[in-house]
Design a protein around this ligand. Sequence first.
Ligand SMILES: Cc1cc2nc3c(=O)[nH]c(=O)nc-3n(C[C@H](O)[C@H](O)[C@H](O)COP(=O)(O)O)c2cc1C
Ligand code: SF4
Length: 425
Amino acid sequence: MEQILLKHTRPGRCLSFDEYRSAGGFGALAKALGKMTPAEVQQNVIDSGLRGRGGAGFPTGKKWSFVPRDLPGPRYLICNCDEMEPGTYKDRVLLERNPHLLVEGMALACYALGVRHAFIFVRYGYEQAAENLRSSIAAAHSSGFLGDNILGSGFTLELGVHQSAGRYICGEETALINALEGKRANPRAKPPFPAVKGLWGQPTVVNNVETLANIPAIINEGPLWWKSTAATPEAAGTKLFCISGHVVNTDCFELPLGMTLGEIIDGPCGGMRPGSRFKACIPGGASTPYFTDAHRDVSMDFDPVAKAGSRLGTGGIVVFDQSTCMVAVTLNLIRFFARESCGWCTPCREGLPFVRHILERIESGRGEAQDIEILREHVQMLNYAFCALAPGAMGPVEGLLNHFGDELREHISAGSCPFKGDRLP
Ligand SMILES: Cc1cc2nc3c(=O)[nH]c(=O)nc-3n(C[C@H](O)[C@H](O)[C@H](O)COP(=O)(O)O)c2cc1C
Ligand code: SF4
């Protein structure tokens, strides 16, 4: 299996700047600045089929094309490393092992977009990642890959690291922009989209860490080679899947995009733990509807996962075995989302705590038959919240209703949780 992002790295160790250079690092930037126009770099990204790895899967080259070329004043690139979605830890792994790939990817993106100042918004608590980035940026500066007149090309770029004060909503791109401006981190109305009016009112592209870290390989090896590293002709590139739960190997794996769920679980994950049978999984981070055994043949790529009723999201897969109470899992997730609601709009501020209350009632054996319908209504209602946090929060509830209705009804009719005392240690 082709390794693009984790190549040359190993767990628990950060690749040094010199090691990255010896492995060809910053060769893509030298190639682009020496031989390619910004428009050619952008075209390579379009041709690669790269889709954003931050959750929504929006085509990266297309997003870049929304930045107006003729607007006066600066434009910005922001790398989103907020990564607070439960079950997702891929960006941390990448930055703890090879922060230089992101620095080079950002330099290429900035060259394509005409950006001179870019920022990396790092999750509160990701101290090692932030430190690695700062030292990589300093080393890139002293080697002439950042700063004024990079490699004599006339292109100038400064990168800054900003550490978040720590809320999940800061990962939403417009809330992130508010946070970076020193304002309360609530989302902004869209349109205008950040590509037109973002940081300090100027055109701004927000991209995920993994998205940007793929760009050096696209430029070095060519967009068609990069695309072909996927498992199916429809998919493009590799993907970092971070796995947790009841499987033998829980780790962050770089795998061809489009492998089936079953292939991922039986292959790199080493199958289920002894005594465990697969019951369900969160396929793409905490805000995605569950998959069950019936989904083992789904190709883990954006469109097939959506067609099967969920989202590829961040690629954070959490696997549950037969001993898991799916009502308890959903309650646990809803507690997180209700706590992290920014409080800006009423459906989310009031609705998520109410959904938490209903689930608490059901899990503790005090549920009533009409609670199931109330949950269903809230899945619909929260689609009309101001930002994507609330519909995302209801993803697991939707999965619970669609695939584990019997389990819900059993809690209500028995007046207790049928799984109590049946959990693995
Ligand atoms: C509540 C919420 C949290 C988010 N958290 C993150 C995050 O931590 N990292 C991220 O890259 N995108 C996150 N996103 C998605 C961003 O808004 C944005 O779509 C993404 O950074 C764009 O990058 P991409 O196109 O490279 O995927 C979040 C979205 C929402 C609604
Ligand atoms: S949906 Fe929730 S997180 Fe989003 S703006 Fe409304 S209150 Fe804030």
